[in-house]
Write a protein that binds this ligand. Structure first.
Ligand code: C2G
Length: 434
């Protein structure tokens, strides 16, 4: 019996998929189809998949050409599958031409011509809502949303507004955006979603204006230095039934969920200490200290909770600009120390010590793909790994896409009380003298 194998996502099943399965079957007697699992697609950055795995499998099955369906769960699985199932021929569309030549060491390799004029991407664009994103921007660099939005269903950055024309010129040198807005009102009017990416002092009023106009908002946190202002924005978003979403990418990636699971679920025992440090030297952004602090306070509050008994901090300022701070939180049976350097360098790391193990994330831990667990009675180090593509922004957009599709406005990845607590802490750091 000749066995044939082919793979695919088979999203929004169409004629092209049908044809390739039909033709693949003609190469043998027994056809195995590997349908990509959701985690595998997420890991390879394919976030625009609409149908669930169950639906995609059902559609492949319904063609009647398929003898066995397997799930493709990780990169490199194909070689193992060929050996495991004793495959004679591997078939794939010619959009992959040349990419799988190395498999000819194991079986016959056939690239079939794709069916012209149809694709899942085209169906997606025709079928689903498209959302225009507008950026109000003070920083010409690192506008990853523009590139990353291409990977998720239904988003396109179409508008930009910069108060400063020099910033706008630099921005346009780097990024292609359809429409340059004369003023902020134009941007709000022309966009379904406004991304507020500017100095902290302006964030509150920009966000408020967009929410009043009934637009969804993504913003770089903190939105403000005042708790009651953040509360006002959150209430306004609810009243207008729109999404108010922080640009904190970390909470959207799997490794962060694993970290929460290990620590909140007691898998490293009772937590004794949480130490976390972050630093960056960007002279163009005077208030960057606060943005960096949010990145440390989110995991701290999630893992250690909000019920610390005492807080103190040491700060080093240059005028109004905080260059360094060490924040100490005394919890009933544990302690958290957060170190943030803007200009002053500290080694980026995160370490959580529990009675039954220590978790370590080194270097840029907030966008890490793994963490280590060291247990006291073993020299083995366990490594938890998950792959993700890019810097994480596309995963945030995917969450936004899910919320929009479900008509929900609340992502719940970061809770309101956590956000308010962060502002309260930052307010205290801001008011402390060096
Ligand atoms: N296909 C086709 N004609 C089209 C569209 C797709 O022949 N108009 C083929 C593709 O070439 C592929 C199969 O249908 O062989 C499935 O396509 P996708 O669902 O787009 O899957 P893909 O993301 O290409 O995954 O490990 C994953 C596989 O390598 C391929």
């Amino acid at each position: 019996m000749k066995k044939v194998i082919t793979y695919g996502t088979f999203d929004l099943f169409h004629k092209g998929h049908y044809n390739i399965l039909k033709r693949a079957k003609e190469y043998g007697d027994y056809l195995i189809v590997g349908v990509t699992g959701e985690n595998y697609d997420i890991g390879r950055g394919k976030l625009n998949v609409h149908d669930s795995l169950a639906t995609r499998i059902e559609n492949v099955q319904k063609t009647g050409f398929v003898d066995e369906i397997i799930v493709e769960e990780y990169l490199g699985q194909k070689i193992g599958d060929i050996l495991k199932y004793g495959v004679d021929t591997f078939v794939i569309g010619d959009d992959w031409k040349g990419k799988f030549d190395h498999l000819s060491r194991y079986c016959n390799m056939v690239y079939l011509e794709r069916t012209k004029g149809i694709s899942s991407t085209q169906i997606r664009e025709e079928t689903f809502n498209q959302y225009n994103i507008g950026i109000v921007c003070d920083f010409p660099n690192d506008n990853q949303i523009i590139k990353e939005s291409q990977f998720v269903n239904g988003f396109e950055v179409t508008n930009v507004y910069c108060e400063d024309n020099k910033v706008l010129d630099k921005f346009l040198e780097k990024y292609e955006v359809e429409n340059t807005c004369e003023n902020y009102s134009d941007l709000v009017e022309n966009s379904d979603i406004v991304y507020v990416r500017c100095e902290i002092s302006k964030r509150f009023s920009y966000i408020k204006k967009a929410l009043i106009a009934g637009k969804h908002v993504i913003y770089d946190p903190p939105a403000t230095f005042k708790e009651q202002e953040l509360q006002e924005l959150m209430d306004l978003a609810k009243q207008k039934k729109v999404i108010l979403m922080n640009n904190i990418k970390m909470v959207h990636i799997h490794v962060f969920n694993q970290l929460l699971w290990m620590t909140q679920g007691g898998l490293i025992g009772d937590i004794l200490s949480f130490n976390c440090a972050i630093s960056k030297n960007d002279v163009t952004r005077s208030n960057l200290f606060y943005d960096l602090s949010v990145y440390t306070l989110v995991p701290m509050l999630k893992i250690m909770g909000l019920d610390y008994e005492n807080f103190d901090c040491i700060v080093k300022k240059d005028g109004e600009n905080i260059e360094f701070a060490s924040m100490n939180f005394a919890y009933p049976n544990s302690r958290a120390i957060i170190t943030v350097g803007n200009k002053m360098r500290v080694d980026n790391q995160l370490e959580i010590v529990g009675t039954e193990g220590t978790i370590r994330m080194k270097n840029d831990w907030w966008r890490s793909r793994n963490f280590e667990i060291h247990t006291p009675d073993s020299t083995d180090v366990q490594v938890f790994n998950t792959n993700f593509d890019g810097n994480g922004f596309k995963y945030l957009l995917r969450e936004l896409s899910n919320l929009l599709a479900d008509n929900r406005i609340d992502s719940r990845r970061i809770q309101e009380d956590e956000l308010l607590e962060i502002i309260k802490i930052l307010e205290q750091v801001r008011n402390s003298s060096d």
